[in-house]
Design a protein around this ligand. Structure first.
Ligand code: NAP
Length: 316
C-alpha cells in the first residue's frame, strides 16, 4: 500500500489526508509494524527452543526463566571454535601432506575414523587429491583468519550462547576436518597433484579470496560501530550497521560465510555431495541467524532501510 512508504516519517501523510490522525495516531505505522511481525520467524516458538537457537544480540531481550542462564557461555568465547579448528585442521593437513609427499600412510586411528564416518573401507587407498589438499588448506586459512579477527578485530559485548551451541561449535570444526579428508573417497584425480590442476581449482580459490575479503570487511565495519578513530572501544551497544554490503543486507558476514563454503564446493569441482550437504547446513544455519538479526534491527530502528534484505542481496 502506498501509505506504507511513509513508514519512516513522524506522521504519515496518508493518515493525515484520510483524517484518521490524530484520533488514531499512526494507524498505518501500526499496520506496517504488524505486517513486519506477521513474517517474524519465532514469536510463537517455545522459549526453551528459542534459548537454544538464539545467541548474542538476538538473545539479549529474550524473556526466559532465570535458571536458564546457568547454560549461558559468553559469546566472546567464539575464538575457541577457531583455535580448535586451527590446531585440528592444521594437524590433519600436516598428516595429509606427509602422506602425499613422503608417501606415509595415514595413521590407522584416522583411517578407522574415516571408514566409520563414510561407511566404506580403504580411506588410504586413493591417490592424493589436489581438491582435498586445497580445501584443507583453505579451511585452515579461514579458521586462522577468523581466530585473528575474534582476538584482534571484533569487539564483543556481554552476549551469550547456549552451552549446547558452544559444544556443537567445538565439535563442528573437528567433524568438518574429517569430512574434508574423508572426501578422498569420492576423489577422481589420478597422477601428480599438478596434473590434476583444473580451472575449477583456480575459480574456487579466487571465489574464496573474494568472499573472505567481503567477510573481513563486514566484520571490520561491525567493530568500527564500537570503536573511535583511535581504535579504542567507546561503546558495547549494538548500533545500526552501514557501509559496504550492509547497504544491501543486514548480515553480509553471514552471506559471505555461505559464499566461502560454496567456493570450497567449487574447488571440489562441484562433485562432492557430502560438501554440498555441508553447504546446505550453512545456508539454513546462517539464513536463520540473519533473519533473527534482521527482525531485531527492524524492531529496533524505525528508520531501518526498507530495501535492505536479511541475508541474500535483492532476494531474501
Ligand atoms: N559456519 C557456521 O556454522 C557459523 C556459525 C556461526 C557464525 N559463523 C560466522 O562467524 C562470524 C561471526 O558470527 P556472529 O554470529 O558472532 O556474528 P555477529 O553476532 O554479527 O557478531 C560479530 C561481531 O560484531 C559485533 N556486532 C554484531 N552486531 C553488532 C551491532 N549491531 N553493533 C555493534 N557490534 C555488533 C558482535 O558483538 P556481540 O558480542 O555484541 O555479539 C561481534 O563482536 C560470521 O562471519 C559468521 O558467518 C559461522
Amino acid at each position: 500500500m502506498l501509505h506504507a512508504r511513509f513508514f519512516s516519517l513522524e506522521v504519515c501523510q496518508y493518515c493525515v489526508e484520510s483524517s484518521v490522525f490524530p484520533t488514531a495516531p499512526f494507524p498505518c505505522y501500526t499496520k506496517q509494524r504488524r505486517t513486519e511481525n506477521d513474517w517474524a520467524l519465532t514469536p510463537e516458538l517455545d522459549p526453551y527452543f528459542l534459548d537454544l537457537i538464539r545467541y548474542g544480540k538476538t538473545k539479549q531481550n529474550l524473556k526466559r526463566d532465570e535458571w536458564l542462564r546457568v547454560f549461558d557461555v559468553p559469546k566472546r568465547c567464539f575464538w575457541h571454535f577457531y583455535a580448535v579448528s586451527v590446531c585440528w585442521n592444521g594437524f590433519l593437513l600436516t598428516l595429509y601432506l606427509d602422506s602425499t609427499f613422503r608417501h606415509q600412510p595415514l595413521p590407522s586411528w584416522l583411517t578407522g575414523m574415516l571408514d566409520m564416518l563414510s561407511g566404506a573401507g580403504g580411506a588410504d587407498s586413493q591417490a592424493p587429491q589436489l581438491s582435498t589438499l586445497l580445501v584443507q588448506l583453505l579451511l585452515w586459512l579461514h579458521s586462522l583468519r577468523r581466530l585473528l579477527e575474534c582476538l584482534c578485530v571484533s569487539v564483543f559485548s556481554d552476549g551469550a550462547m547456549h552451552v549446547l551451541q558452544y559444544v556443537f561449535g567445538l565439535g563442528y570444526y573437528i567433524v568438518l576436518g574429517l569430512t574434508v579428508i574423508g572426501s578422498d573417497h569420492g576423489g577422481i584425480g589420478a597422477g601428480s597433484l599438478l596434473s590434476q590442476l583444473s580451472w575449477f581449482h583456480v575459480a574456487g580459490f579466487g571465489f574464496f579470496v573474494a568472499a573472505s575479503l567481503l567477510q573481513h570487511q563486514s566484520l571490520v565495519l561491525l567493530a568500527r560501530l564500537r570503536t573511535g578513530k583511535s581504535g579504542s572501544v567507546e561503546t558495547l551497544a549494538h548500533r545500526l550497521p552501514t557501509g559496504g554490503w550492509f547497504e544491501l543486507v543486514s548480515c553480509p558476514h553471514y552471506f559471505s560465510e555461505l559464499l566461502i563454503y560454496i567456493s570450497l564446493a567449487l574447488v571440489y569441482g562441484g562433485r562432492s555431495l557430502t560438501w554440498w550437504l555441508v553447504v546446505l547446513y550453512v545456508l539454513f544455519n546462517q539464513a536463520l541467524a540473519a533473519q533473527l538479526c534482521h527482525e531485531l534491527y527492524i524492531s529496533k530502528y524505525e528508520s531501518y532501510p526498507r530495501h535492505r534484505k536479511a541475508f541474500i542481496p535483492f532476494v531474501f
